[in-house]
Design a protein around this ligand. Structure first.
Ligand code: ADP
Length: 538
């Protein structure tokens, strides 16, 4: 009895090393002091327990012990030690990273199983008069050692569920083993032996499959990490590309504008007359190409400004009807040339809170496309009406849900090009601006890709007309900068197309300002590079 008391406290103090050493390679000075202090107190009690009569006065049998005066202090000391240990384990667990948490948990499970088995064989069973298994008390330690050993050598474990599964398997094994060795007759031995062996095999399969799962998960984690790195790298590259395009376009625009300007002067014949007709024709072609080049460069510049979030948007009270009328007037010549009648007659005003230059650019682009992609004489209808925002929202949610089922590059056509904050719908109502033509139409399979950068329908009619495939991409970004959406519908080839975009009403001005106050703006915001003139679009 004296020995038990003498070593009890020492054993518990030693347990403090266990949660600590799972997470540390070396003992810190603070921990050393703590251990030294605890060991000193434990050694003190060891001496006390050996002093006659202090802790144990007399022992008649294992159940009949007369305790000494000092025993209460010892009991209090042990209780404090154990509570301290529990706190210490809890503290270590709380501050541990994922893998250490698993290890601590594993050790705690092992320890609890050990104590449970120990209590069962040496206390609970004997109290029912069953002493046969009491000899197992020392061997129970193996459970604790086994679990802790496993915790130390195991790699990162998958999750708590895995640990609990394994613990459950072990508990069943131990229970069945105890049952086996408590067999009273040969039949019991055989029957319980078979059950035990079968369950060992079953347990082995369960644990094996759990580990296969862990390995798979680890592989998956590695792959995910690699993928995340690759993604970050791609994003960096994409940023570099945008910066490069921005810089290059900026540098290119100056000389090209000079070429364009001088050619225009020569063709005006203000300085010298161009007598040779052939020469004039060639110069005309060069001039046309220079203009297209300048347009393309300006588009690239606009795109990089939009993508970098540096496009200056100056919203103010804007009448959409007036803008449409302006565009129609500007395009009159081109539309008559291609025998396209443009219809827009509505006496109403449609006040929006928007940047008129940007909205004009969108309308020029859409109406220009309608003229450009109409092979036969026809009519282009432009309409504006206010609809509930909820209707647009529902419609768009459906579009997005459908887009998610499509390949990534097609989803691009619907995903946001600008800062996600602008995607927020504002106000109860939205203006729906529609441009409907009777032109060459768009095949169904092309519809989801139309708003992608550089996308052009690979049709010979399209190929004939000049274009870059950037107009709709820019229009989409501009619409989005106004909290709107843009989409297209067409019944198919030769059946015309309808382009629709939405804009908020002037009523939503306050809300727009509030939403946009939270959007981070880049320092040097720039206007659109050379807004498109109506004549240029076609
Ligand atoms: P661009 O006109 O410079 O090619 P856009 O981005 O404006 O570029 O248009 C992209 C493509 O969408 C066009 O090349 C054309 O194939 C198709 N498209 C646009 N508008 C229409 C329309 N109204 N009718 C038929 N096809 C159109």
């Amino acid at each position: 009895m004296k020995l038990i008391f003498a070593f009890g406290a020492l054993a518990i103090v030693s347990l403090y090393i266990w949660p600590y050493s799972l997470g540390h390679d070396k003992f810190s000075l603070r921990f050393k002091y703590l251990l030294a202090f605890l060991y000193l107190t434990a050694i003190f009690f060891s001496f006390v327990s050996f002093s006659d009569g202090w802790l144990v006065r007399n022992v008649y049998s294992s159940t009949n012990v007369v305790l000494g005066e000092f025993f209460h202090f010892y009991a209090i000391y042990l209780t404090i030690l154990i509570i301290g240990l529990l706190f210490f384990i809890f503290y270590a667990y709380k501050h541990a990273d994922f893998s250490l948490k698993q290890k601590i948990l594993l050790s705690v499970i092992g320890f609890s199983l050990f104590i449970l088995t120990l209590l069962t064989v040496s206390l609970i069973l004997p109290s029912f008069g069953y002493y046969d298994l009491a000899i197992l008390d020392s061997s129970c330690t193996l459970i604790f050692i086994g679990f802790t050993g496993y915790a130390i050598v195991s790699k990162e474990l998958f999750d708590t569920k895995v640990l609990l599964t394994e613990a459950a398997v072990f508990i069943v094994m131990i229970a069945l083993f105890l049952l086996l060795i408590s067999s009273q007759n040969p039949q019991d031995w055989i029957l319980r032996g078979i059950i035990f062996l079968l369950s060992v095999y079953g347990g082995y399969l369960i644990i094996k499959s759990v580990h296969v799962e862990i390995n798979k998960n680890e592989q998956l984690k590695d792959l995910t990490q690699q993928l995340a790195q690759a993604n970050a790298h791609l994003q960096d590259l994409d940023k570099m590309k945008t910066e490069f395009v921005s810089l290059a376009s900026h540098e290119l625009l100056t000389p090209v504008s000079a070429i364009e300007g001088y050619l225009s002067m020569i063709l005006d014949e203000k300085i010298v007359p161009v007598a040779d007709l052939k020469l004039k024709e060639y110069l005309d072609r060069v001039y046309g190409s220079a203009k297209r080049l300048a347009r393309l460069i300006a588009d690239m510049l606009n795109i990089s400004r939009i993508e970098e979030g540096r496009l200056l948007v100056e919203k103010k009270e804007t009448d959409l009807g007036e803008l449409v009328k302006d565009v129609i007037a500007e395009l009159k010549f081109k539309s008559e040339e291609r025998q396209q009648k443009i219809v827009f007659d509505t006496p109403e005003t449609f006040q929006s809170f928007a940047d008129p230059d940007k909205i004009k650019e969108i309308i020029i682009n859409l109406v220009g496309n309608s003229i450009k992609y109409s092979a036969k004489p026809g009519t282009i209808h432009i309409g504006i009406q206010a609809v509930p925002t909820q209707t647009v929202k529902d419609f768009w949610d459906k579009m997005e849900a459908e887009a998610k089922k499509r390949p990534l590059d097609e989803q691009e056509a619907i995903s946001s090009t600008v800062n996600g904050f602008y995607r927020q719908f504002v106000g109860d109502e939205q203006y729906l601006i529609q441009v409907k033509d009777e032109g060459i139409g768009i095949p169904k399979e092309e519809l989801p890709k139309l708003f992608k950068k550089f996308h052009r329908v690979g049709d010979f009619t399209t190929a004939e007309s000049q274009g870059t495939g950037l107009g709709l991409y820019i229009s989409k970004a501009l619409v989005e900068l106004h909290h709107g959406r843009i989409w297209v519908d067409s019944k198919g080839h030769d059946k015309g197309s309808t382009f629709t975009f939405t804009l908020p009403l002037l009523k939503a001005k306050e809300e727009i300002i509030k939403v946009e106050d939270n959007i981070p703006k880049k320092g040097d915001m720039k206007p659109l590079a050379k807004p498109m003139t109506a004549a240029e679009e076609i």
